[in-house]
Design a protein around this ligand. Sequence first.
Ligand code: ADP
Length: 202
Amino acid sequence: MLKVGLTGGIGSGKSEVAARLAARGAVVIDADALAREVVGWGTPGLAAVVAEFGPDVLLPSGELDRPKVGSIVFSDPERLKALNAIVHPLVGRRMRELMDAAPAGSVVVYDVPLLAENGAASAAAYDEVVVVDVPEETQVDRLTSRRRMTEADARARMAHQATREERLAVATRVIDNSGGLDVLEEQVEALWKVLAARAAAT
Ligand code: ADP
C-alpha cells in the first residue's frame, strides 16, 4: 500500500485531481468528509461536541449547526483547539479503518486540504505528498467564475491557508494546474503510473 497525501489551496483543482485518481483505481479518503461524518447526527463525536460547546450548537433537527461552531472557533484559538481535540482523533481512527479495509497494493490517497498547515511532521506520515499548484490569481479566477464566490471572499479564505511556498516545501510531486483540464489529465495519468508502480512494489 502506498500512502499519498494530496493537497492544494482552495480552488487549485485538488478535487479534480482526486476524482481523476479515483477513476484510475486509487482509494480516496476525503479528510473533510470524514470530519463531517464523525460529528454526524447521533454520533458519539457529536455528543462530545455538545458536551464541550453546549446544546446551542445543535439545529432543531439534531444535527450540528456547522456555521455556528465555525463562528465560535474562527475567532478563538482555544475553542478551536478544543474542537480539534474531539474531531482529530475520531478522524484518525476512521482513516485507519478505511486504510485497513483497502486491498493490498492499493494507492491510498488522503485528500487533506490543510496538509501543509499541519506541518512537516504530518507530511512525513505519507510516502508521497502531491501538491496541486496554481498561481494565486488562477485560484481567485476559478473561485469567482466557477464557484460563484466574491473576490473578497476568495482572497479571505486563501489568506487563512498556507502560502504556495509553504505547500511546495512539503511536496514530493507537484501538479501544475495552471493549464487546461486536458493538460491536467495528462499529468494525472503520468502521476498515476508512478504511484501505481510504487504501490505494486510495496
Ligand atoms: P479544489 O478542490 O482545489 O478547491 P476544484 O477541483 O474544485 O478545487 O477546482 C475549482 C474549480 O476549478 C472547479 O470548478 C474545477 O472544475 C475548476 N478547474 C480545476 N482545474 C481546472 C483547469 N485546469 N481548468 C479549468 N478549470 C479547472
